[in-house]
Write a protein that binds this ligand. Sequence first.
Ligand code: AMP
Ligand code: GLY
Length: 420
Amino acid sequence: MNILILGGGGREHALAWAVMQNPKCDKLIVAPGNAGIAAIAECASFDVEDGDAVVGFAAENAIDFVIIGPEAPLAAGVADRLRGAGILCFGPSAAAAQLEASKAFTKMICDASGAPTAAYAHFTEAEPARAYIRDQGAPIVVKADGLAAGKGVIVAMSEAEALDAIDDMFGGAFGGAGAEVVIEEFMEGEEASFFILCDGKNILPLGTAQDHKRVGEGDLGPNTGGMGAYSPAPVMTDEITAKAIAEIVQPTVDEMARRGTPYQGVLYAGFMIKDGQPRLVEYNCRFGDPECQVLMMRLGAQALDLLQACAEGRLDQIQATWAEDHAITVVMAAEGYPGDYAKGSVIKGLEALEGDSLNMVFHAGTKRVDGKITANGGRVLNVTARGNTLQEARDRAYATLERIDWPEGFSRSDIGWRAL
Ligand code: AMP
Ligand code: GLY
């Protein structure tokens, strides 16, 4: 099977690593890829959000299966184009990707399916939004409706902060993504992520994870794309998982099918859990990054069989085999992230690290320059490990991290603390 993966972050390195281990994979191309991916697969360069470019490349290279990593090509309809051209593809249609691309859409689906979530109101103009905030008071959550690279959610602890967020959003700080705004009730509780494969009809729960969104130790400081993650998430007990499927996930999948826009791909559900009750925070239409890294570490080669079964509508005929294991990933980021950071610093010590099924350093933002691995993004490396316990996995990851020589990078020393 010739496989094409779209994307070039740690998520795609982990997907490529898992897919490569499956004997079914004859050839793997990743576009655009990164320096770590280039060590295990061919990398190609074309516009992955351009349906014509993707279909053309897939046809020329006799690609049998395309796995779409990030949300942007999904929201742009690349999966629709591939399916239209008769090419097997993992990832939802643009219509189904609205579950991530529009917060208001997701709220409407929750209303229609009765899924528990935060109370909300939807605005297309600033003045009524301001009035609503004054009426509701703080804390309150202000969200840009569209895709905003993870920056479109303001959890406002004061009314002033919420009103500022309204000014920013309607003032164009988030471009078109902020032209509409959803304002939500602030939910308390513990957050967890749940990844579910959906083939339009059947679902297959793929695993749980928790991530650390804040840049600083103790989960303090500005929000990031995620500074680390671990799987499984202890808060997602069997009982809460069953409840989340029955009350939130399955009703969503049923409602999407009923509307004629079946969801096919991985559904990434973020929950807030309090007193044994999960409520939906958000959906994403792709694997989380860095959550994917811990899921792939635990799944290994079978990931390809699962993604293929999902794309072929055969999830009712396959099962995921889980070991009683734990995985963790620690993000190494460039000094300054999530604010301004420099690119181009040299990372040493990676060559000496031999990856295996217990230990892998996935590359998130790297580039090979004159034979050296250099930093090429905010989040740069994902030091990932597996173990019989979370503690064992964590010790393993931090021991590997010690061997990486990159003075311009930093990481959190407390990934996994909540679960430990
Ligand atoms: P989202 O992009 O929707 O995942 O939001 C980013 C983060 O904001 C979430 O992971 C939560 O920590 C927080 N958040 C979003 N919505 C709410 C809410 N209604 N109540 C409390 N926290 C929220
Ligand atoms: N780690 C959060 C995300 O992928 O959205």
